[in-house]
Design a protein around this ligand. Structure first.
Ligand code: B12
Length: 303
């Protein structure tokens, strides 16, 4: 269980103010609080986060929560201070922990405390997985631990997806695949979940999908967008040629192709024929928002 309630003293320490100031904030109603039967003010951490955001207050003081498990209080402080380096360290610890529920609880906790989905993906998961890769390269963990961390992560992301707020459904759909031999699919999953959260319908083909299978799925499903993830680009795979074939096929359907992942070949950036290299979840959100604007304009024009 997470302890998510702070006392007046905790909040005062956190913002480096006096207890009287905190009580005033509470009594004015700027900082929501509950009172215990004994009359003590108690603050939900989510209300403290909302308050810090609204007032643009930096939590500069130290927070100590007596009786709490160390990592949980560390996570609370890191969330309040938006200290992603600490959250990345915690992710790595939990992804490598033998307790299977740890990681999902951690993601859920971040999401509950207003860390956006794109931030979980770009600022926690991506650098965290990179650290796990580096640990493997330094010989600190074995291949088995790296594999387990990857699949635990996919599992935890899927569970988190059941909890997130999803926007109303749109008419748009997107087909996801890792082309050819590509096994790395965590980035592709993140992209799929983000589209889902924005109300798009998703079709997920996943890792190691042959070019022909992507082409026939696109013909069958006629998605608005085909999204491809590339991490490990083999030099002999003629990736650019294969992506061009996908782009040509979907152009006829008036659809778009977007390509993401750390292995996107340099010659693809700025290519005229394809529709966008998207390197992060933040950039993907911008792409999705642009489509939503286009949709609104089309609707307004058709009135
Ligand atoms: C986990 C992992 C694996 C897992 C993958 C499990 C799985 N189901 O996905 C396993 C253990 C299977 C694996 C296998 C291999 N791996 Co590996 N792996 C990694 C590791 C540690 C993490 C990758 C990851 O999941 N990152 C987390 C995600 C969230 O980050 P991301 O992919 O960058 O995605 C983000 C953005 O790029 C973007 N994004 C990504 N895709 C897309 C797609 C779209 C449409 C959009 C919009 C956005 C988007 O959004 C995401 C959120 O920010 C990296 C280390 C590292 N430095 O990254 C090595 C790494 C990627 N692997 C590497 C290698 C070499 C391999 C192997 C060849 C090893 C081997 N000798 O067998 C095989 C590859 C086999 C194959 N055919 O593909 C190299 C790649 C080097 C290169 N440039 O080619 C790396 C970099 C390790 C290294 N330093 O050498 N690997």
């Amino acid at each position: 269980m997470h302890k998510t309630v702070l006392s007046t003293v905790d909040v005062a320490r956190l913002f480096n103010v006096t207890e009287t100031t905190v009580k005033r904030w509470a009594d004015e109603g700027t900082l929501k609080c509950q009172k215990t039967p004994g009359g003590h003010r108690k603050f939900q951490i989510r209300n403290v986060i909302a308050f810090a955001e609204e007032q643009k207050f930096e939590p500069i003081g130290a927070l100590t929560l007596p009786g709490q498990e160390g990592t949980e209080s560390a996570a609370q402080v890191a969330i309040l201070k938006r200290d992603f380096a600490v959250l990345v360290r915690q992710f790595v610890e939990k992804a490598l922990s033998p307790d299977r529920t740890d990681l999902y609880i951690f993601f859920s906790y971040l999401y509950e405390h207003r860390i956006a989905l794109w931030e979980i993906y770009d600022l926690v998961l991506k650098p965290g997985m990179q650290e796990i890769g580096d640990k493997w390269a330094r010989g600190e963990i074995g291949v088995n631990q790296e594999h387990r961390a990857s699949y635990e992560t996919l599992d935890a992301l899927a569970k988190l997806q059941n909890e997130i707020l999803v926007k109303p459904p749109t008419d748009d759909s997107v087909l996801f695949a890792c082309l050819g031999d590509e096994l790395h699919e965590i980035g592709l999953r993140c992209a799929a979940y983000l589209f889902e959260a924005e109300g798009w319908q998703t079709h997920y083909l996943g890792a190691r999908t042959p070019l022909d299978a992507i082409l026939s799925a696109a013909r069958e499903l006629q998605p608005t967008v085909v999204a491809v993830s590339i991490t490990h680009a083999r030099k002999d795979s003629d990736l650019t040629g294969q992506l061009r074939r996908i782009a040509d096929a979907v152009k006829a359907m008036n659809s778009k192709v977007i390509v993401g992942g750390t292995g996107v070949p340099a010659d693809l950036h700025g290519c005229a024929w394809h529709h966008g290299v998207v390197q992060s979840s933040r950039e993907l959100l911008t792409f999705i928002e642009e489509r939503a604007t286009e949709r609104r304009i089309r609707r307004a024009e058709s009135l």
